[in-house]
Design a protein around this ligand. Structure first.
Ligand code: PMV
Length: 329
C-alpha cells in the first residue's frame, strides 16, 4: 500500500513563482530643476501598478520575457543590450550574484501605468522586475539598493536622470529628494487628495530634458534663476505639507506650473487644464513629470475631487485618477 508521504512525493509541486509590484508616481514640485541639483518632492500613486511574476520554467527555456500587455514572448538575450527590460534583468541578476541568463525562468510583466506620461512607468517596471527576481532567489533587497539598481536602467530611458523616479517608486513613500543627498521621507500632516488628468500625449522624458538642456546652455543665468525659484517653492511647499496647509501647497503648485511654462515644458492643453482645475475649486494645479504632454495634477479636497475629474473629462482627460496621500508616512 502507498502511504500518504509517498503519494505527496509523487505529485509534482507547482512551479515556483514570485511576484514583485511597484506603484506609479507623481512629482509634486521640482521636475526639471531637480536635474540641475535643486530639491524635489514626489509621492507614489498606488492606483496604477507594474507587476512582475518570475516562474520556474522547463529546462532549456533560458530567461524568457513575457510582455503581457503587448502579447509578446521572447528570450531576453534576443533584445539589444541596451533594452531597458534586458538591463533591468541583468542588473538584478548581477547584484544577486546569479550567472547571467543561464537559469530557466519566465519573467511575466504587466503594467497599468501609462507609458511616457510622467507617471514613472519605466521605473515601476524595473522595480517590479528586480523585486520579483530577488524573491525568486530568496534574497531581500533594501529600498536603497533597489533604487540604485533601477537608476542604472533609468539612464537608458532618460539619458541624465536626476534619480527622483527610481527613488520614490523603490521607496514607495512620499520623498524629499535632492541629488547626492540622503533621501528624506516626507511627513504628510493632512491627507492630500490629487486629481490626475492624462492628456494622452506621449512625451519621452529624454526629449524634453534634452531640449531644455540646449536652451539652458544658450542662456544659463536666466534658466538657473528659474530653477532657484522652483527650489524655493519646493522648500516652502515641504513646510506646508508638513504643517498641513493645503491652500499654501496649492498656491505653490500653480506658481511652479507657471515657472515650468516659462522654461518651455508646458503646453496649451496643460495650461488650459490647470486653469480648469483651479476654476473648479482646486487649491492649485500643475503639470507633473517632464511636460509637453503627459499628466497634470490638481490638489483638492476629497469632496471636490469628483467634480474636478468631471470637468477634466469634459475637455478630454482620459479617465482622470483620484489619489490620496495619507497622513503620516
Ligand atoms: O519621466 P518623468 O516624466 O517622470 O519626468 C522626470 C522628471 C524630470 O525632472 C523631468 C527628469 C528627471 O530625471 O528628474
Amino acid at each position: 500500500m502507498t502511504t500518504l508521504p509517498e503519494i505527496e512525493t509523487l505529485i509534482p509541486s507547482p512551479p515556483k513563482s514570485t511576484t514583485g509590484t511597484a506603484p506609479g508616481k507623481i512629482i509634486l514640485f521640482g521636475e526639471h530643476s531637480v536635474v540641475y541639483g535643486r530639491p524635489a518632492l514626489a509621492v507614489p500613486v498606488s492606483q496604477v501598478v507594474a507587476t512582475c511574476v518570475v516562474s520556474q520554467a522547463p529546462k532549456g527555456t533560458g530567461v524568457k520575457i513575457n510582455a503581457k500587455d503587448i502579447d509578446k514572448q521572447y528570450q531576453v538575450t534576443d533584445e539589444k543590450t541596451n533594452n531597458p527590460l534586458r538591463v533591468a534583468v541583468q542588473v538584478a541578476l548581477d547584484y544577486l550574484d546569479k550567472s547571467r541568463f543561464l537559469d530557466d525562468i519566465t519573467i511575466t510583466i504587466s503594467s497599468t501605468i501609462p507609458m511616457a506620461s510622467g507617471l514613472g512607468s519605466g521605473a515601476a517596471v524595473s522595480t517590479a522586475i528586480i523585486r520579483a527576481l530577488a524573491q525568486h532567489y530568496e534574497q531581500s533587497l533594501e529600498s536603497r539598493i533597489i533604487s540604485d539598481l533601477v537608476f542604472e536602467v533609468e539612464k537608458l530611458h532618460h539619458g541624465t536622470p536626476s534619480g527622483i523616479d527610481n527613488t520614490v517608486v523603490a521607496y514607495n513613500q512620499p520623498v524629499f529628494f535632492q541629488h547626492a543627498q540622503p533621501t528624506v521621507p516626507l511627513r504628510v500632516q493632512e491627507p492630500l487628495t490629487f486629481v490626475i488628468g492624462n492628456t494622452g500625449i506621449k512625451s519621452p522624458t529624454h526629449k524634453v530634458v534634452g531640449d531644455l538642456r540646449r536652451r539652458r546652455e544658450a542662456n544659463p543665468q536666466c534658466y538657473d534663476q528659474m530653477f532657484d525659484k522652483m527650489a524655493s517653492l519646493a522648500m516652502t511647499a515641504r513646510t506646508a505639507i508638513e504643517t498641513g496647509n493645503l491652500a499654501h501647497i496649492g498656491a505653490c503648485m500653480t506658481e511652479n506650473h507657471q515657472l515650468l511654462d516659462q522654461i518651455g515644458v508646458s503646453s496649451i492643453i496643460l495650461n488650459e487644464w490647470v486653469e480648469i482645475a483651479n476654476r473648479n475649486g482646486a487649491f492649485g494645479a500643475k503639470l507633473s513629470g517632464a511636460g509637453w504632454g503627459g499628466n497634470m495634477i490638481a490638489l483638492t479636497t476629497s469632496g471636490q475631487a469628483e467634480s474636478i475629474a468631471r470637468a477634466l473629462s469634459m475637455v478630454g482627460a482620459e479617465q482622470p485618477l483620484i489619489t490620496q496621500v495619507e497622513k503620516g508616512y
